[in-house]
Design a protein around this ligand. Structure first.
Ligand code: MN
Length: 246
């Protein structure tokens, strides 16, 4: 069986809840479409667990990308490591919930930290798979080959692939089904309890595992971790208390 999840955001409780439900076997594959880290404090432990799982396949998310920009000095050897840029990178990462990850990373022995950063740097930006005769492309945010149309908005193709956000009325030019994370599905659906979003050749599976629990009273969106089994399109969600909107 083929399982897909995204944007765990350090939430071990939600991750373990979903793992209990799907009861992954050696024959199964679990795709995790990036953003394992940040917001909740369990991100680095989850990254290590997932990288050690022989049947888990990870993608780079914009949060891992931000971590590399801050902690991996050799991220881009052609780009001078100016203080200004370093500060900009760190403040953006902190604004996006990166402080907890930085703390866990700095608590690791240096050798282990760099081994982990190198493993993250090596993560791909997409997987092309076929399940039950149906073609899927798995990405964190967008298929990198469509960068040209958006090149004015992003520094480079990789930034585009991990940061792009599609609007509700976007009509995809591709013929496969894109499965993406990155944009929580309340961006597309009116439900307060986030659910997997099925659009035209687009399936959004970030159901807000990084959202606060209990929810921010201002926002009132109930985040959970979703997992989709592509063989039969069965949906799994982390167990939450009764959170249906009244
Ligand atoms: Mn993201």
């Amino acid at each position: 069986m083929i399982y897909v999840m995204a944007d765990i955001h350090g939430n071990e409780k939600r991750f373990d809840s979903v793992m209990d439900k799907i009861a992954l076997t050696e024959e199964d594959t679990l795709y995790v479409l990036g953003d394992v880290i940040d917001r909740y404090p369990g991100g680095v432990r989850l990254l290590k667990r997932l990288l050690e799982m022989p049947n888990a396949k990870l993608l780079l998310g914009n949060h891992e990308h931000m971590m590399l920009e801050c902690l991996f000095r050799h991220y881009d050897p052609d780009d001078p490591w100016s203080m200004e840029e370093k500060e900009k990178n760190f403040s953006r990462w902190y604004r996006n919930g990166g402080m907890v990850t930085k703390k866990s990373m700095l608590a690791l022995p240096r050798r282990e930290r760099f081994a982990l950063l190198r493993a993250v740097r090596a993560l791909p930006l997409c997987y092309d798979i076929t399940v039950g005769g149906k073609a899927y492309k798995l990405v964190h945010a967008a298929p990198i080959e469509y960068y040209d149309e958006y090149s004015e908005r992003y520094r480079d193709a990789e930034q585009f692939a991990v940061w792009m956000r599609y609007g509700r009325d976007f009509v995809p030019p591709w013929d496969y089904t894109l499965i993406f994370g990155h944009t929580p599905t309340d961006h597309y659906l009116p439900y307060k309890t986030l659910s997997i979003y099925y659009g035209d050749r687009m399936i959004g599976i970030d159901c807000g595992s990084g959202y606060p629990d209990p929810p921010d009273p201002e926002e009132e969106f109930y985040g959970r971790l979703a997992c989709l089994r592509l063989d039969d399109m069965k949906e799994f969600y982390s167990e939450e208390e009764n959170k249906e909107p009244s």
